[in-house]
Design a protein around this ligand. Structure first.
Ligand code: B1M
Length: 211
């Protein structure tokens, strides 16, 4: 459908006002809300992810596209809630204790939201206990940890140890990422997944859901 392609295109180009107008128009014309979400907004964000991975897009373009996508989400969200459509999955994310960097984490959150996940963002400088408490209280299959400092990398291991201590390690798949993090480090601390960038984070999250 042409209007869905136009929505995707407007997301890719980061044109928030156009997304807003097109989403309203599509819904007025009777297009299903799931199609607006999946074939319009999410389809656009998927392309942004591919372009980001191949260095065709950089951080500013992704942020602008995510902002445009959010405008569309503001319109479809209440309708999705009403129609009872479930998100792909819930996802807890946070920057670990001692670390205040959040630009990368926010990008990961945006890409996940763009792919249909419901993200619970605990913010920055999050202590291990807070992650454990959230995993304990909510039935959420995925936990993402971000760190940008070599000095805060050990906080990731602390979270995994604290999950084990609390007896909830098996409840959740843990994903790690951030500039100093490597696959080797993820393996060393027994994380379930690692992603070098925000677009790959979505692929890894989907893979872990099926594991
Ligand atoms: Co800071 N800082 N900083 N800083 N800062 C770095 C990280 C640093 C490399 C700069 C440098 O020295 N060259 C250095 C770390 C050195 C090290 O540890 N080896 C550093 C330092 C030292 C510090 C302070 C200690 C400086 C000081 O006060 N002396 C201090 C620490 C504060 C603290 O956290 N306790 C500090 C402070 C700050 C600011 C507050 C000023 C600011 C942060 C603002 C904010 O985030 N709101 C800041 C910034 C902006 C940076 C740089 C310049 C940029 C980081 C960034 O946002 N990159 C950075 C140098 C650099 O990288 N050029 C630097 C863009 C972002 C999109 O990339 O976060 O890597 P990134 O995220 C990527 C991937 O890593 C991945 O996906 C993202 C998108 O592709 N990813 C995940 C991230 N999280 C993921 C999670 C996943 C999966 C993938 O799964 C869950």
């Amino acid at each position: 459908m042409e209007i869905l392609e136009s929505i995707a295109e407007a997301v890719i180009k980061g044109r928030a006002n156009e997304v807003d107008e097109l989403v309203k128009k599509a819904l007025d014309e009777g297009v299903e809300v799931q199609d607006v979400l999946n074939k319009g907004l999410i389809a656009g964000m998927n392309v942004v992810g591919v372009k980001f991975k191949s260095n065709e897009f950089y951080v500013p373009e992704v942020l602008i596209a995510a902002r445009a996508m959010s405008r569309g989400m503001d319109i479809v969200k209440p309708l999705l809630v009403k129609s009872g459509i479930k998100p792909v999955a819930k996802y807890i994310i946070g920057t670990v204790k001692g670390d205040l960097h959040d630009i990368g984490k926010n990008l990961v959150s945006m890409m996940l939201r763009g792919a249909g996940f419901e993200v619970i963002d605990l913010g920055v400088d999050v202590p291990a206990e807070k992650f454990v408490e959230t995993v304990k209280n909510e039935n959420i299959p995925l936990l993402g940890l971000s760190a940008l400092l070599t000095t805060t990398m050990p906080s990731m291991k602390e979270v995994i140890e604290a999950l084990k201590q609390a007896g909830v390690r098996e409840k959740v798949k843990v994903m790690v990422g951030g500039a100093p993090i490597t696959q080797e480090y993820a393996d060393e601390i027994e994380a379930d997944g690692y992603a070098p960038d925000a677009a790959t984070a979505v692929d890894v999250a989907k893979r872990l859901l099926q594991a």
